[in-house]
Ligand binder design. Sequence first.
Ligand code: NAD
Length: 476
Amino acid sequence: MDVIDPAKEECIDHLSAGTAEDVDLAVDCARRAFEGEWRTSSGAERANLLHAIAKGILRRRDELARLEVIDNGKPLAEALWDIDDAAGCFTFYADLAQEFDAAQDETIALPDERFESSVRREPVGVAAQIIPWNYPLLMAAWKVAPAIAAGCTMVLKPSELTSLTSLKLAEIAVDAGLPAGVLNLVTGLGAVAGERLAHHPGVDKIAFTGSVPTGTKIFMAAAQDIKNVSLELGGKSPFIVFDDADIEAAVEWIMLGIFWNQGQVCSATSRLIVQEGIADRLLKRLVERARSIPIGSGLDPSTKLGPLVSRGQYERVRQFVAQGVESGARLLTGGKRPVDVARGYFIEPTIFTDVPLNSTIWRDEIFGPVLVVQKFSDEQQALRLANDSRFGLAAAVMSEDETRCQRVARAFRAGIVWINCSQPTFSQAPWGGYKQSGIGRELGRWGLGNYLEVKQVTRFKRGHTWDWYGDKAHPS
Ligand code: NAD
């Protein structure tokens, strides 16, 4: 497979396109490792390995960030942020691995004193982990770190568009002393390597992050032999801004919510729902600021908006823009390649207002730097607009009135809610969506739970008899 630098539209490397046989080999390795000593390794041992991986990532921070830039297109400062987050995720799960061991064999109270029950959590087995291209190393960390903490083994398949940093992660894991077979990596196409992995009978669990159409296929593959499955899918998240919000602060968070990573963020707050009293002033300022974002190669330190990841994504976003114009929505700014950029998959920051509620740009995930705007008069109308979506990943609200923010936060039908900000993400807090945005939660202790089975062990205490079929046990 060609590796393309999206800023230059040039091939910079080649990768093996893993076959179904490669996947079979990887799953066999993972299975053998799981049946070996790994499964009974202690939380403390796994914590040490996770800490060593975190350190390995930080040691190679600059190299990893630069690879992410030329592979994915994102600005270097964002890539560095991702690399630090990925290391932080390994550190967080290192601490959890240690705690998780201490929490083994929790005793639970029963209403019948002749019995005693304890609960154990055990690794689910061999995990298939399929990830997207928008945060290549970070998405790998969100999958690999909790699986190691839980004592699972795994086969990771990065996106065919961005495999470079996952390959480095595998090297770092080897250097950290992770036993052979625990982490296996297969680069390859979704339709070949991904498909085999999702259908493989030797896989106990599938952890998938990506689009809804692929998520549907994965869910169906998992249904065939009832695999444990978690899905982190797309979004079309709303950002409600009330009249009393500070305009400069609102504009700052709105921009971060839609232009960070070129808008290729599952939780991007891509639908702005702004109250009538502030709307015109806010949009004027937003357009001014959006037009001043420095666009260019991610390697240029002044860049704040890089190219989209691929030609396919570039064409998809351009098509959405054309549909937006056709739908009658008003294009306030952007929508095209910047005039002074000859090469690369660049699209200007784009804002549409007066967007019809049945248009594709209002309803579908664009996954590019395209914001769609609606105005509202009262809170109930804002919430109706916000929740009228088949997605439910994230939502944001901004107002000076804290009580109103809390009320709106409760009314959002979404798994992640931000008050007076948009996008900050922490390894400690659960991540995942309502509705078609997915099933299950990653990160925090919920992320560890994804890789654990729950086993109850119930003991009939000595000194009692159970005589149901004898005379004594009958009630009358
Ligand atoms: P995608 O669904 O096209 O691909 C994701 C992964 O699935 C890739 O590794 C791909 O090779 C693989 N794949 C494709 N077809 C497959 C098949 N038939 N069987 C098995 N695997 C297959 O998604 P993408 O374009 O890489 O990523 C963008 C999507 O990911 C967006 O919808 C975005 O919202 C979503 N996303 C969600 C989260 C989240 O946490 N909820 C995070 C990041 C991205």
